[in-house]
Design a protein around this ligand. Structure first.
Ligand code: FAD
Ligand code: SF4
Length: 328
């Protein structure tokens, strides 16, 4: 049995209270569903003095699906996103991604904010302290080399949060909240600016800052979808994923956005795929050509349960099939 380390648990009832708790004790961490953080704490990867439990904060669970103004609180459960018929109609990529995170049981507990802030993953890092100690620790936790790519100067742990590529393709923004000089400070960022292509840094959150909501644009006629490759379809992290959103207007493609997940330390926009398709008729040969470009910006290393070559191949196959489904 792997016990949890000792910590103090705070249970704030409001966002402001939560932010104050986080800012009072350096090193304290928020916990939402706990489906990722508590496992990592048992593995000895985090040892926060204080955990700030966000699950009692009603304002983080609010959603607004009014036309033109979709706002999802960070505390909304993945199962809610998966099952919402309105979201499935207008923002299918997000509902589909939420529905393939881990397993239905974990979707009942896991939250949108926790998913977006999921730590990057690596087979040399997401192991017990005993396992890691037997090899020597790596750059991400107390060591001097990367076990996956020994010549590398940075960490290549993989962005494994399924909703992130879906929301990137949908053009979402995150709202971040912070307690600053005695007042609530808010800022909003496009999701692609929230992530950092570095397995250790991973997000641009400042200390004691929280994701409070996700804002989604609503463009009538947008079709979107999400595809994921994993070892076990019943419960597994992604080894590669693709999300796409587009409209077909007057026989040509408009507003094309394609993102790939789990091939780098951040979700990546497939800019070359997008540029090739924008304004063009949805011709099958062109869709196939565009899908071939989807992995252009990614160079995964051997740190997951499938080879980099096969993961990139699967991303291209999934992209081709997804684009074909969306224009059909
Ligand atoms: C067996 C197993 C399989 C899994 N498979 C998948 C998978 O396929 N795809 C996938 O995406 N995930 C997977 N997960 C990870 C996890 O279950 C989900 O990512 C889940 O959505 C995390 O949400 P949570 O609310 O439980 O996060 P928590 O565990 O509570 O938190 C996760 C991280 O986010 C931070 N955090 C939480 N809320 C906020 C906030 N509002 N603002 C800032 N930081 C915050 C926490 O401090 C922590 O660092 C799996 C987990 C397990 C155990
Ligand atoms: S990619 Fe390298 S540094 Fe990063 S977690 Fe894996 S072994 Fe450690």
């Amino acid at each position: 049995m792997m016990p949890l380390p000792t910590f103090r648990l705070e249970r704030p009832a409001t966002l402001v209270e939560a932010l104050r708790c986080l800012s009072e004790t350096p090193g304290s961490l928020p916990v939402a569903g706990g489906t990722d953080l508590l496992v990592s704490m048992k593995h000895g990867l985090f040892d926060p003095p204080v955990l700030v439990n966000l699950s009692g904060i009603e304002e983080l669970r609010r959603t607004n699906l009014a036309p033109g103004n979709v706002e999802l609180g960070a505390g909304v459960r993945l199962a809610t996103l998966r099952d919402d018929p309105e979201l499935r109609r207008g923002h299918a990529a997000l509902a589909e991604a939420a529905g393939v995170v881990a397993s239905p049981l974990l979707q009942n507990m896991g939250t949108l904010g926790g998913n977006l802030c999921l730590d990057t993953r690596c087979r040399y890092y997401n192991q017990s302290a005993f396992w890691r100690n037997s090899r020597g620790y790596c750059l991400k936790r107390g060591g001097t080399i990367c076990q996956a790519a020994p010549a590398a100067k940075r960490c290549f742990a993989v962005s494994s949060c399924d909703t992130a590529p879906a929301l990137t393709a949908l053009g979402a923004q995150v709202r971040l909240a912070r307690w600053e000089d005695g007042a609530l400070g808010l800022r909003e960022l496009p999701l692609e600016q929230f992530y950092v292509e570095d397995g250790i840094e991973r997000v641009t959150l400042r200390p004691a800052e929280l994701v409070s909501a996700v804002l989604l644009p609503v463009t009538p006629g947008t079709r979107s979808g999400f595809r994921k490759y994993r070892v076990r379809d019943s419960i597994d992290y992604p080894l590669a994923s693709v999300a796409a959103a587009l409209r077909v207007e007057d026989g040509v493609l408009r507003g094309v956005r394609v993102a790939v997940g789990a091939l780098a330390s951040a979700p990546l926009l497939a800019v070359e795929t997008m540029a090739l398709l924008e304004g063009q008729p949805p011709d099958p040969a062109l869709l196939a050509e565009a899908a071939e470009l989807v992995t252009k910006g990614s160079k995964p290393v051997k740190n997951q349960a499938s080879s980099p070559t096969y993961r990139r191949h699967m991303a291209r196959v999934m992209c081709r099939r997804l684009l074909a489904d969306l224009v059909a």
